[in-house]
Design a protein around this ligand. Sequence first.
Ligand code: AMP
Length: 220
Amino acid sequence: MGVRLIIMGPPGVGKGTQGELLAERFGIPRLSTGDMIRAALKAGTRLGERVRVYYEAGDLVPDEVVLGLIAEAFDGPEAACGFLLDGFPRTVAQADGLAELLTARAIGLDAVLSLEAPEQELVERISGRRVCEACGLVTHVRLVGDASPCPACGASLVQRSDDRAETVRNRLSVYREQTEPLLAYYASSETGLTAVDGLGSPEAVRDRLLETLRCAEAAG
Ligand code: AMP
C-alpha cells in the first residue's frame, strides 16, 4: 500500500529537492505541476502556449489547467500506488478540486507537510538557483560558482525564467495571498498539517521530514 503526501511551502523553500528525496524513499512518483508546466513550455504544446504568460510573470496558471494535469496523472499507472504532490494545490479552489478527485477514487491523504523558511533565505535560494538544460539537475551558485557547467553532465546551467528577481517578488506575494490560506485549510482537515523547518542541508531537512512522518504514523 503506497503513501499519499502533499508537500507545501513558498517558492525556494526546497519542495522540489525534498519532494524528490521523499518520493524516492517511498517508491512513489513526485507529481510536480511546475515540472509538468515546464515540460509543456519546452515542448511548445498548446497547453504550454496557453500558460506561458502566467508562468513568465510568476502568476498562477488557471485552476482548471492544473486540476486537469493532476487528474490525468492520477489516472495513469504511475500514481496507482501512491504519490507525492509538489506545488499543488496552490489555491483553495484547487484543494477543493483535489478533494473531489480523491473522493471519486475512494482514496485519502496520509500527510500534508508544510516546509518553512524566512523570506530572506527564500530570495537568496531562488536567485542563486541554476538548472541544467540537459539533465535537469537543480543546483546553486553557492555550490558550483557562477559560470561553471553542470557537475553531472557538463551541459550549461541556466537560471529558470521565473527565477529572475522581478518575478520572484511576485511569486512570493502570490504565495502569501493565494496559497498560504491553504495552511489553515489543511490544519483543520481530517489529515491535519505538519509544519517542518526547511533550514539546513538537504539531508538534515530530509531527516526532519522522515522523522515527522514516522511520528505521524506512530500516532495514527
Ligand atoms: P513551481 O515549479 O512549483 O515553483 O511552479 C512554477 C510556476 O508554475 C508557478 O509560478 C506557476 O506559474 C505555475 N504553477 C505550478 N504549479 C501551479 C499550481 N498548482 N497552480 C497554478 N500555477 C502553478
